[in-house]
Design a protein around this ligand. Structure first.
Ligand code: CA
Length: 234
């Protein structure tokens, strides 16, 4: 795993140090964050290839950290979640939050390293092709370029994050509160602010085109999807 950079998010100091030492002995450059906020800060300011994320953290839990990574600085960072409990509910919650793989404590260090290698390889192999799309609307996760019907669309940062969130969750209506939490965390702005960013997004991705994709579900939230009854060719 030469030249791989790993972010370890683990509040147990001994375990974090053991993981970091082991990975570094295998040529992985490892940074350690002992809580969720530090993890998000490091992920926003450094280039990591993979992350090991403990589920139980003192501030923001691991699922929420994963969601925020997906919504914000690193939508494509491969994440291996660590948990003390192995239940189907936990696995499903992890995968719903965007976790790529899952390891139950206690685990062996070679297994952890093997899974990280696999995640890193998969991500490198896929990185050229990684994109989110609904209909003819595309978001390239490497370049963050947005196009619709091949036409380039410019978006400010918050509408771009909203677009990534809505594309990733296009199978469902995303509640307003969830979007606010993903973007602003525990300190959301007043209620009209999200609406204003949605308006900017809608004006850019829908107004110039025949088929609207961004739907408001009054009192609930927003969904980005092809309208009922339209085929994928539209
Ligand atoms: Ca923990």
């Amino acid at each position: 795993m030469g030249a791989v950079r790993c972010l370890i998010v683990e509040d147990n100091e001994d375990l974090a140090a053991t993981l970091a030492d082991y990975l570094e002995s295998r040529g992985v450059a490892a940074d350690v964050a002992a809580d969720g906020r530090t993890a998000l800060h490091l992920a926003a300011h450094n280039e990591y290839d993979v992350a090991v994320l403990d589920l139980g953290l003192p501030d923001i839990d691991g699922l929420e950290v994963c969601r925020r990574l997906r919504a914000g600085p690193r939508p494509d960072l491969p994440v291996l979640m660590l948990t003390a409990r192995d239940t189907v509910d936990q696995r499903l919650a992890g995968f719903a939050a965007g976790t790529d793989d899952y390891l139950v404590k206690p685990f062996s260090l070679p297994e952890l390293a093997a899974r990280l290698t696999a995640l890193d390889r998969r991500a490198r192999g896929e990185s050229r092709a990684r994109a989110l799309a609904v209909g003819d609307l595309h978001l390239d996760l490497d370049t963050l370029a947005v196009t619709r019907g091949g036409v380039a669309i410019q978006l400010p940062p918050i509408p771009l994050k909203l677009l990534a969130l809505l594309l990733r969750n296009s199978h469902r209506v995303v509640p307003r509160q969830e979007l606010e939490a993903e973007i602003w965390g525990d300190d959301p702005p007043e209620s009209g602010v999200l609406k204003a960013h949605i308006h900017v997004l809608r004006r850019a991705i829908d107004r110039p085109f025949a088929v609207p994709l961004l739907r408001t579900v009054p009192g609930v939230g927003y969904r980005l999807a092809l309208p009922e009854g339209t085929g994928p060719a539209t």
